[in-house]
Design a protein around this ligand. Structure first.
Ligand code: MG
Length: 388
């Protein structure tokens, strides 16, 4: 496969409010666009790269590129009035090399990985068009100007498109020519290919492949880069009193028993201890801060659902869950028959595999409140990896 990388770095980045164009702002000392170049350079199939820049930046870019030691010379091209013009200028610059596939990469996404680029290349080879994307995590609301919600939009099957957006070269050239001729507006390149009636394959990416749009994003990117690869440990603990006649839900699994935990939510202390461990590892506070028991919204809440929201917060903060280890202390009922179901349910809530979740059961040998069946407790430990 002869593939090319096309890095879009021509935007001014108005929301950044900086004197430099957005992709030229320094991240750990290097301009933002340089990170995409390095990722492309680590993909063997990429044999040529074009960098599209604003009109007045050529000298600065050439000086910088000289120091980069890339496997190929970078063709620097001046962008146009808007993003579509700039992409067309970049595609035109590739005309002489005429690659089979081109990966169009936003220069403001510094955390793109060689693996993600490779995945989109393979998908584009097979389907002609492929786009890195993440499934939508937040609930979507439609609202009018009065900010009153008129509808909750079903988010299943909704994805956020990122870059790289990777295409057969001739297909994306044709899509852009058509768009120019017929004045189609576009917010990304895939749209134009879709309008030609072509299918576009989604390639699952991570939240880590963030786009730097605001000064806050740049600060977050600095933090992520500084902490990349570091591990963070967290621990959590919870205890609930037991009362006759209440349901017993542990680790999101309903267990038949004559008593269950007293609590504002469903009292699932396994989820609470684990949630605290995860939030603790990321230094994001605790379950009580995020889901206060004074808030009627959480009365009888399904704690496994709250746990999946905790996992989302941890991911958004730039971490990947490595593993969780739990010790549940209970005199009765016997937990062993339920451990497999609990591991599966917790893994599902956290978006990880059951192999990453361990559950151990202990008794207190008849000693104290737990030993006498008046309460249940859980200890949790977890490890996070900063993944930028
Ligand atoms: Mg609790």
């Amino acid at each position: 496969m002869r593939a090319a990388g096309l890095i879009m770095a021509a935007g001014r980045g108005k929301r950044m409010g900086a004197a430099l164009p957005k992709c030229f702002l320094p991240l750990a000392g290097a301009p933002l666009y340089a990170y995409s170049l390095r990722a492309l350079a680590a993909v063997p199939e990429i044999g040529v790269a074009v960098l599209v820049i604003p009109p007045d930046c050529s000298r600065q870019v050439e000086e910088h590129l000289e120091g980069m030691e890339l496997p190929w010379p970078v063709q620097v091209t001046i962008g146009g009035e808007n993003r579509d013009d700039s992409v067309r200028a970049g595609l035109e610059a590739l005309r002489t090399t005429s690659p089979e596939i081109v990966a169009i990469q936003d220069g403001a996404r510094p955390f793109v990985t060689p693996q993600l680029i490779t995945d989109t290349l393979r998908a584009a080879e097979k389907y002609a068009a492929a786009v890195a994307a993440v499934p939508l995590a937040d609930t979507l609301k439609r609202a009018g100007e009065d900010l009153m919600i008129s509808e909750t939009v079903d988010r299943t099957s909704l994805w956020r498109a990122q870059t790289p957006q990777t295409f057969r070269y001739e297909l994306i050239v044709q899509a852009h020519q058509r768009a120019e001729k017929e004045n189609w507006p576009a917010t990304d390149d895939a749209m134009l290919v879709e309008r030609l009636g072509h299918k576009v394959q989604l390639v699952p990416a991570g939240e880590g492949n963030m786009k730097v749009t605001t000064p806050e994003d740049l600060e977050r990117a600095e933090r992520l880069l500084a902490s990349r690869g570091t591990m963070r440990i967290g621990q959590g603990y919870d205890l609930h009193r037991l009362e006759r006649g209440r349901p017993l839900i542990l680790g999101g699994v309903k267990i038949l028993h004559d008593r269950g935990p007293v609590g504002h939510s469903d009292g699932d202390l396994v989820c609470h201890a684990l949630g605290d461990a995860l939030l603790g590892a990321a230094a994001l506070g605790d379950v009580g801060v995020h889901f206060p028991d004074t808030d009627p919204a959480y009365a009888g809440a399904d704690s496994a659902v709250l746990l999946s929201q905790v996992a989302e917060k941890v991911r958004t903060a730039g971490y990947r869950i490595v593993n969780c280890d739990l010790t549940v202390i209970t005199e009765a009922p016997k937990l062993q028959p339920h451990v497999a179901a609990m591991r599966a349910r917790l893994a599902e809530a956290l978006g990880i595999t059951p192999e990453q979740v361990s559950i151990k059961a202990k008794t207190d040998e008849g000693v104290g409140a737990i030993g006498q069946g008046q309460a249940l407790a859980c200890h949790a430990a977890t490890l996070l990896e900063a993944c930028a």
